[in-house]
Design a protein around this ligand. Structure first.
Ligand code: FES
Length: 115
């Protein structure tokens, strides 16, 4: 089995890292909705790379975790903007503002997010 990669961010200190899920909770090319530290986040695993982003679309508040995964990112279920989950940038209108992307690390099969 191929092991997923994180988006390769280094830790500053351990206090800001929160466990968000186990690595095996999310299959490749899928999205998992999670609420952490008062934020509505989604864990995305696309082409075996794990990213964590906000999950509310910057256009009109749709829940991106209800959208569609493509090789380019996650497509909003409401008006179909695609967000690159590594940069947060929308790749097509109508969304023009990026979603937030969070630092991720994977340790012993557990996925942590820096919040
Ligand atoms: S609500 Fe997401 S593109 Fe409109």
């Amino acid at each position: 089995m191929k092991m997923p990669k994180s988006n390769n961010i280094t830790s500053i200190g351990d206090d800001m890292w929160e466990k968000i899920c186990n690595q095996d909770e999310i299959s490749d090319n899928s999205v998992l909705a999670k609420d952490i530290a008062g934020r509505q986040l989604m864990v995305c695993r696309i082409s075996d790379t794990i990213s964590v982003t906000d999950r509310i679309c910057t256009h009109e508040d749709a829940d991106l975790s209800c959208g569609f995964v493509s090789p380019d990112g996650v497509r909003c279920p409401l008006h179909l903007s695609v967000f690159d989950v590594n940069t947060g940038e929308p790749l097509n209108p109508p969304a023009i503002e990026p979603i937030s992307v969070f630092n991720v690390k994977i340790e012993y099969g557990e996925v942590y997010v820096e919040v």
